[in-house]
Design a protein around this ligand. Sequence first.
Ligand code: KG4
Ligand code: ZN
Length: 340
Amino acid sequence: MDITILGIESSCDDTSAAVLRGGTLLSNVIASQEVHRKYGGVIPELASRAHQQNIIPVVDAAIKEAGIEFRDIDGIAFTRGPGLLGSLMVGVSFTKGLSLALDVPMMEVNHLHGHISAHFIDLPDRKLPHPAFPFLCLLVSGGHSQIVRVEDYDRMEIVGTTIDDAAGEAFDKCGKVMGLPYPSGPVIDRLAAEGDPKRFRFARPSVDGFDYSFSGLKTSFLYFLRDAVHESPDFIENNKADLCASLQAAIIDILLVKLVRAAKYYDIREIAIAGGVSANSGLRRAIVEEGEKRGWKTYLPEFKFTTDNAAMIAMAGYIKYQHSEFASLDVVPVARYSNL
Ligand code: KG4
Ligand code: ZN
């Protein structure tokens, strides 16, 4: 009988539960928290309260949708970090309680490891393409921008990381200045499709090695807008699509330069992307085009596995289950991990 894993994700503002059987996803339920929208960012206290309200209905829905019973669960995977401590605490405490009640082990998952593990999931009606080891994964989310060299399901190393903002943060912060709702990444993606990416040119950083920096771009964007709005108060409104397209082009350029450099250095042509920003249509297109030029095999995650979800946590937990790597009952959430 295949192993059945329940996955729980509560690191930021999405409460999610998923059921995975033998690497195949049976259900993946996500409750996004609308409560933060009016504040233009995630408010930690409101997030943990919403997780508390959502977690039981979300888990129930995941079990029902999967067509299983609680007694069918062999192990529970949960996000231990990185993330908001109060939010993580809800998932960790829930997992402990359910693990005791069902008498099944629990597996702690690093959220970033989870994003990468999304590439190993299969769907009931079709197998998805899985990158061959070793591969490079560009992991771009609201809190992280990294290049990860993945040697095996559970062996991976960060070879480049941001020294300041993450790519998603660059989208969100610049979007906020333009008066766009949070999270701005998907909105900029949509608006950029109508704009000219060459109309404005914003700063590209020069950082050594495979590390990233987005704060220079953010600053150049802010100063440019400040001056432009000073001249003409309607500037943003009248140029929104071009601003979005040019900003997005800059972020993609910055991401690709280092990815190409790392792929050359490590001589790896299996290239994947993961994390919330990997939903960006411009980035997806650019990676595929770059791959065609350079002989890469590129792997784009299904949209539902790009932003935070419990399917990826269940997958990472399934690998741990197979190695009997179980968490003890005194496990506590962590805001940060020092490595993967
Ligand atoms: O992985 P994720 O859901 O949460 C974290 O672990 O941080 O990533 C959220 C980030 C946000 O910054 C959001 O603006 C960005 O992903 N994002 C996008 C798109 N969809 C989500 N950025 C650009 N284009 C998108 N289509
Ligand atoms: Zn994430």
